[in-house]
Design a protein around this ligand. Structure first.
Ligand code: HEM
Length: 400
């Protein structure tokens, strides 16, 4: 890229009048300087990688580190981030792998498949309750958020009545307008709560993931309670904010594309592919995955130097026309399984079988139960959540 002498642009977040599409700059940059310098509101200048192939190469590169404690890491907030013990999404191997492997059995496809009847039951219950609400009713509060929250609570053995502590604090954690101090305090509140819960599980273990961590890992000295609480915090935050926002956004996207909604309902065997296309099209993790180079390496003809930060907008990869035909169209008949909405490489989403199963059940069931579902406000007035690490909708009034 020629040096124009101009200050590098900042990471684009403004979606203008197209709230379901990534900011327009990405399409332009994929052809003009696909790997370029980018400024964050704080800290040094970093690399921004915009093409699918280059993004996959970076995410698979052993020298692209996720360790947020390294100096110069492109953190989403100003200040020196601290890492909670066990928060393995921000660690490198071998530590990352040690923690991750303790959880892989729970999220294996086979085990998630066994959860399907319960996922269906929870969906049906929540939708029965929604049907009793005065109209318009908020789909986020009544369905999109409680569904994945209930699932996570049951899986981990967190009493649902105590969800307030992690729902409220998760919101602060993913909200990019909260300061580092506010985000750290929110994280610590979830950690404290989970430390208390782990003590209770030690006295009275049940048939849930936290009890298993106590019995098989903490009592054996493999994990400290603090590490188990850190792993739990990561799972609680990752496990409900994400699916909840996918349900809200998918509802809007399907209502705006009635032919696609018809396809979803008319061909039940196509639901898994349809969900992957929605994951691609909406790519809710929209603030760029972050890495730092541990040594010099090359991507797309550019040399990244040791210590350079990398900002990796997977929403740009998922709209790359080199990989997806007419990428800005929602086309539920395409095969989009190679999308990067769950990331790529060693940190690829651990919860993806669960997220897919939840969406494959929640979306068709919602539209079958309410065949004439409508958003009760004009499209322009929908409250999209823009300043967050996870894109979504804060409130979605619906009627039927
Ligand atoms: C639609 C829903 C979801 C989306 C789009 C999503 C997206 C992602 C992405 C992009 C990453 C990679 C981060 C990186 O490379 O830096 C990730 C990692 C992760 N996700 Fe998800 N996620 C979803 C649901 C879930 C659920 C339901 C859970 C758990 C219950 C979960 C747990 C995790 C964990 C633990 C990691 C860290 C994995 C590691 O570092 O090895 N996610 N997710």
């Amino acid at each position: 890229m020629p040096d124009t002498g101009l200050a590098p642009p900042t990471l684009p977040t403004d979606r203008g009048t197209s709230p379901l599409d990534p900011p327009g700059e990405f399409a332009h940059w994929r052809t003009e300087g696909p790997i370029r310098r980018i400024a964050l509101p704080h800290g040094p200048v970093h690399w921004l990688v915009t093409r699918y192939d280059d993004i996959r190469s970076v995410l698979a590169h052993p020298a692209a580190s996720s360790d947020i404690t390294r100096e110069g890491f492109p953190t989403p907030r100003a200040g020196n981030a601290t890492r909670a013990p066990g928060f393995f999404i921000t660690m490198d191997d071998p530590d990352h792998g040690l923690f991750r492997r303790m959880l892989t059995r729970t999220f294996m496809l086979k085990n998630v498949e066994a959860m399907r009847p319960r996922l269906q039951q929870l969906t049906d219950q929540l939708l029965d309750e929604l049907a009793e609400q005065p109209r318009p009713a908020d789909l986020i509060e009544n369905f999109a958020l409680p569904f994945p929250s209930l699932v996570i609570c049951e899986l981990f053995g967190v009493p649902y009545a105590e969800r307030e502590v992690f729902q409220r604090n998760s919101k602060v954690l993913v909200d990019l307008t909260s300061t580092l101090e506010e985000a750290t305090a929110a994280r610590d509140a979830i950690l404290d709560y989970l430390l208390g819960l782990l003590k209770e599980k030690d006295h009275n273990p049940g048939d849930d993931l936290f009890s298993e961590l106590v019995v098989r890992r903490i009592r054996t000295g493999e994990l400290t309670p603090e590490q188990a609480a850190g792993m739990g915090t990561l799972l609680l935050v990752a496990g409900h904010e994400t699916t909840a926002n996918m349900i809200g956004l998918s509802t809007v996207a399907l209502l705006r594309n009635p032919d696609q909604l018809h396809h979803l309902l008319a061909e039940p065997e196509s639901v898994p592919a349809a969900v992957d296309e929605l994951l691609r099209y909406l790519t809710i993790v929209h603030n760029g995955l972050r890495r730092i180079a541990l040594e010099d390496f090359e991507i797309g003809g550019v040399t990244v130097k040791a210590g350079d930060g990398l900002v990796i907008p997977i929403q740009s990869a998922n709209r790359d026309p080199a990989v997806f035909d007419l990428p800005d169209e929602l086309n539920l008949s395409r095969s989009a399984r190679n999308h990067l909405a769950f990331g790529y490489g060693v940190h690829q989403c651990l919860g993806q079988p669960l997220a897919r199963a939840e969406l494959q059940i929640a979306l068709p069931t919602l539209f079958r139960r309410f065949p004439d579902l409508k958003v009760a406000v004009p499209y322009e007035e929908i409250a999209f959540r823009r300043q967050t690490g996870v894109y979504g909708i804060s409130e979605l009034p619906v009627t039927w």
